[in-house]
Design a protein around this ligand. Structure first.
Ligand code: CA
Length: 228
């Protein structure tokens, strides 16, 4: 799981510029982001919208972030949702208490939106089941071990080539456009050209040998791993 994959992030933050910055960047990272400007509406949205993740500011009007955190973690409807707390640096003590209240992690302000997206991904990944091995014709991959085999013989791929192959195998039969592959494999923050995708696909095909023919070029769109 390298990008947001449409998972829903609820941002509870009263400062609209911070909320907007986060919303924009999390959307770019492939998440669906929504916001709440105070604790009460945040709790309501957490129950109604069933987010996959909550970014919660500590300093909120009326109800504090800690109180919101405590309620979320004690409510069966929301207790499983990971929470990343945002704190200002001066709030050292509260920050620690925040983790005691069940928050999964914290980031101090000012933060980089990129860091937030990385943290969210890392926390979401922790909660995932180990990935099952994938097979397509002679190609098999073991995501947990980062191993690729063609007809049982191990093929050494770079980390990017591996991710590229895994993405194509997970979506076998479906065309993946270059932008989508860039987003999935390289991450949204990369500023590289879509032609980089072509270069890596070419190398991947070479390494897979004859089995690499299964990766088809769909002119004008991107790539697809043949169904069988
Ligand atoms: Ca605030």
């Amino acid at each position: 799981m390298e990008t947001g994959s449409g998972r829903k992030i609820l941002i509870i933050e009263d400062e609209s510029d911070v909320a907007d910055l986060l919303t924009l960047n999390l959307r770019k990272a492939g998440f669906k982001a929504s916001t709440a400007a105070d604790g009460a509406s945040g709790l309501q949205k957490a129950r109604d919208d069933r987010p996959d993740f909550i970014v919660l500011d500590l300093m909120l009007p009326k109800m504090s972030g800690l109180e919101v955190c405590r309620i979320l973690k004690s409510d069966a409807a929301t207790s499983h949702v990971p929470i990343l707390m945002l704190t200002a640096k001066a709030e050292e003590i509260d920050r620690i208490v925040g983790l005691e209240f069940g928050a999964d992690d914290y980031v101090t302000k000012p933060f980089s939106p990129r860091e937030i997206a990385l943290r969210i991904r890392a926390i979401l990944r922790r909660g995932e089941k180990p990935e099952e091995s994938l097979k397509a014709g002679p190609i098999s991959i073991d995501p947990a071990r980062h191993e690729v085999r063609v007809n049982g013989k191990q093929v050494h791929l770079t980390s990017l080539e591996f991710k590229l192959l895994r993405t194509l195998m997970q979506r076998r039969g479906r065309v993946q456009d270059r932008d989508k592959l860039l987003n999935e494999v390289w991450g949204y923050e990369s500023v590289i050209d879509t032609r980089t995708v072509d270069t890596h696909v070419r190398r991947l095909r070479e390494k897979l040998g004859k089995a690499g023919d299964a990766i088809e070029t769909v002119r004008g769109f991107g790539y697809r791993l043949r169904e069988n």
